[in-house]
Design a binder for this molecule. Structure first.
Ligand SMILES: Nc1ncnc2c1ncn2[C@@H]1O[C@H](COP(=O)(O)OP(=O)(O)OP(=O)(O)O)[C@@H](O)[C@H]1O
Ligand SMILES: [Mg+2]
Length: 327
């Protein structure tokens, strides 16, 4: 997206839902869009399949500017983009199979072709045995599997998910996220996923964009954002708890690194190499974007109890790829 602005309504009562948004969604990645209610998340995602009004800027899908596309081109592009919704949007009066086959009916595929594709995606989402049921007979998680099957039946290379797990409990959310990861890998999909849940971002996103009042605040690789001490998203994903600590004075240091604490005997090494006493005031580890991140808050004193000079200790840690947030 290049400088995309999207407005609704007529002057003087226009609402600017997107304000000069530029961002890149890398292919084969899972890209999360995060922001408060009204931030413009749904509008952003709907510009990708041409469903939201773009008043200026360009939206390039696989290099093709869809804001300048003809109606026929737009139809063809939309076929490569599947969409999954929070409230599933299924027809209870049609069977599960008929719901999934619906987009193919609109495309005019033969019954035999539609049948074989429908069978295949229902198997992919693990619902072959429910093909003849009504969606009304399914659980929320199963309904969302039908929603995903319907989105995949047109064989898209892009999947847009607007709060696809927000109506589900945490266990079902986990199952749906695992399914999205599976289909991403098996079908080589690019997934844009709107969510307001940081846990969803931690669990599944490669990249993330934070949206606020229609503007991009931050966008990038989740791992880089977590490593970046100035990143708001990074801080939200792996919060600093230092401010809550009573030991925030001289001789105190916080540091973050990629990896698990157990494999890194820093405390004993510091004690030995610098002849200091080290108190571990807090430690946290969290798995984010498939890797472990750890952070510790140390209080480091000379044997006489006075605060230790932290500059050389900080340099020592930095040499070992430990990012010293502050001291
Ligand atoms: N069809 C529309 N007509 C008028 N205003 C709209 C329309 N769609 C969205 N808006 C406005 O654009 C802004 C962004 O809305 P959008 O639905 O993109 O937010 P969102 O981040 O998806 O919010 P939520 O988390 O509540 O779904 C809001 O102020 C909203 O009222
Ligand atoms: Mg929305």
């Amino acid at each position: 997206m290049e400088g995309v602005t999207a407005r609704f309504g007529r002057a003087p009562r226009t609402v600017t839902a997107l304000d000069d948004v530029s961002l890149t969604v890398a292919s084969d990645q899972i890209h999360a869009i995060i922001g408060r209610s009204g931030a413009g998340k749904s509008t952003l995602v709907r510009t990708i399949n041409g469903l939201a009004p773009v008043s200026s800027g360009r939206v390039l899908v696989d290099g093709e500017d869809i804001t300048a596309a003809s109606a026929a081109q737009l139809r063809a592009t939309r076929r490569r983009i599947g969409m999954v919704f929070q409230h599933f949007n299924l027809y209870d009066r049609r069977t599960v199979a008929a719901n999934v086959a619906f987009p193919l009916e609109l495309q005019g595929l033969s019954r035999a072709q539609a049948r074989s594709r429908t069978d295949r995606v229902l198997e992919l989402v693990g619902l072959s045995d429910r093909a003849g049921h009504s969606p009304a007979q399914l659980s929320g998680g199963q309904k969302q599997r039908v929603g995903i099957a319907r989105a995949l039946v047109s064989e898209p290379n892009i999947l847009l998910c607007d709060e696809a797990t927000s109506a589900l409990d945490s266990e079902t959310t986990e199952q749906i996220l695992a399914l999205l990861e599976d289909v991403r890998r098996e079908l080589g999909l690019t997934i844009v996923l709107i969510t307001h849940e940081l846990d969803v971002v931690k669990r599944i996103a490669d990249d993330a964009t934070l949206l606020e009042s229609g503007r991009v605040v931050e966008s990038g690789e989740v791992r880089s954002l977590v490593r970046d001490a100035d990143s708001r998203l990074g801080a939200a994903l792996f919060p600093h708890r230092v401010d809550a600590e009573p030991h925030n004075g001289p001789g105190s240091l916080t540091a973050t690194f990629e990896g698990n604490l157990s494999a890194r005997p820093y405390v004993s090494a510091l004690t030995r190499d610098f002849d200091v006493d080290v108190t571990v005031a807090s430690v946290s580890s969290e798995r984010i974007a498939g890797v472990w991140f750890s952070r510790f808050h140390l209080i480091i004193a000379r044997p006489d109890g006075s605060p230790a000079p932290l500059q050389p200790i900080s340099a020592w840690l930095t040499e070992r790829n430990v990012h010293v947030d502050r001291y």
